[in-house]
Ligand binder design. Structure first.
Ligand SMILES: NC(=O)c1ccc[n+]([C@@H]2O[C@H](COP(=O)([O-])OP(=O)(O)OC[C@H]3O[C@@H](n4cnc5c(N)ncnc54)[C@H](OP(=O)(O)O)[C@@H]3O)[C@@H](O)[C@H]2O)c1
Length: 345
């Protein structure tokens, strides 16, 4: 395989105090002749990278995060997809294999075999689905609902961040499993999309002046799948049904600053309700069960996928903040390579 003489990568260059800025990341051009593939390693041409809200927390100098921070000067970490273009001695991969792994913000990556997974062949699935419903996004929705939310048909499920990657899959699994779904998102366009395309029962714009009244009108929540934390979580704590469950998936409203605190938590006492955080990686051994179910739903057209695609690695630093301003609908991904495998959509 003929490699270009150089490739690009983006490194973490300046720690943000609040929001990510244009100087947070720096582009470096490297020589491909420095890419040495050792025994049990592969050289991957990166085709797609996933942009995820957790990336903001990787830029903090935190000691107790479940994923260690990215160090200054390191290539920005990112899950992604790629094509194996060279194999080292004894590698279990072959040139041309489509793989997923923590590829980082770069065009080429040398990775250990054990850090790379060959994409399984699933009827009707496309490679990009492994960054969406068949990847960590779908796994988060599935296990958050089933293991933490313990959803049952006929119950009422509220979902915040509902038009995003995890949220839109969560709403759809909720509907497939027979729940009434109330979606919360940040614009009228997203509310319309959730009602018309995703098929939720009620959708509410949290920026509307009567947001609180609309939430009250939607009834009580047996399960609240929380992607955003902050004020919406604080309100939802007062809206839980008896024995309600809050699945604490994420708290994006608090990722760029200091959390302001929850004042309504005592409401959980009277309702015998509980709140429980979870991390999707804890379910990795059970992923095949979720993938089978989700593949069946996507195959039957019951679960729709939506990707918000930005073009080229150079677009990644400016695209990441879209997650915190609500600029994305569906899963935010960057198309890195012109390789034909990256065009199969
Ligand atoms: N626990 C786990 O293992 C796990 C795994 C994956 C993801 N997560 C978490 O799941 C959540 C969703 O992740 P995702 O990848 O699916 O991202 P996403 O929902 O596709 O994108 C983030 C969305 O959050 C909303 N948002 C941003 N700031 C907000 C604010 N201040 N208040 C309310 N909503 C706000 C925006 O939509 P609007 O236009 O609606 O504001 C934005 O589109 C994140 O909190 C993430 O950290 C957790």
């Amino acid at each position: 395989m003929h490699l270009p003489s150089t490739y690009k990568q983006y490194v973490f260059d300046e720690r943000p105090t609040e929001h990510i800025t244009p100087t947070t990341f720096k582009c470096e051009t490297k020589s491909t002749s420095d890419l040495k593939v050792g025994p049990g390693q592969v050289l991957v041409e990166v085709t797609w990278i996933s942009l995820d809200p957790a990336m903001r927390s990787w830029l903090n100098d935190s000691k107790r995060a479940y994923t260690p921070p990215v160090k200054l000067g390191e290539v920005m970490r990112a899950a992604g997809l790629g094509i194996v273009v060279q194999v080292g001695e004894g590698s279990r991969f072959s040139v041309g294999d489509e793989v997923s792994g923590v590829v980082g913000w770069r065009e080429y990556a040398v990775l250990d075999d054990k850090a790379v997974t060959k994409l399984p062949t699933i009827a009707g699935a496309q490679a990009l689905d492994f960054l969406g419903p068949l990847g960590h996004v779908g796994m988060t929705a599935y296990f958050g609902l089933i293991d933490i939310g313990k959803i049952k048909a006929g119950e009422t499920l509220f979902v915040s961040g509902a038009a995003g990657a995890v949220g839109s899959v969560t709403c759809q699994i909720g509907k497939i499993m027979g729940l009434k779904v109330v979606a919360i998102a940040g614009s009228d366009e997203k509310v319309e999309w959730l009602k018309k395309e995703i098929g939720v029962d009620v959708a509410v714009n949290y920026k509307a002046p009567d947001f609180r009244q609309q939430i009250i009108a939607a009834g009580f929540a047996d399960v609240y799948f929380d992607n955003v934390g902050g004020e919406i979580l604080n309100l939802m704590m007062t809206r839980m049904a008896m024995k309600g469950r809050i699945a604490l998936c994420g708290a994006i409203s608090d990722y760029n600053g200091k959390p302001k605190g929850l004042t309504n938590y005592t409401s959980l006492i009277a309702q015998r309700a509980r709140i429980e955080g979870f991390v999707v990686m804890d379910y990795v051994k059970q992923y095949p069960v979720a993938m089978k179910a989700i593949a069946e739903w996507t195959g039957k057209g019951l679960l729709k996928r939506k990707f918000h695609i930005v073009d080229g690695l150079d677009a990644a630093p400016a695209a990441l903040p879209l997650l915190y301003s609500g600029g994305n609908t569906g899963k935010l991904v960057v198309k890195v390579s012109r390789h034909e495998a990256a065009s199969k959509l």
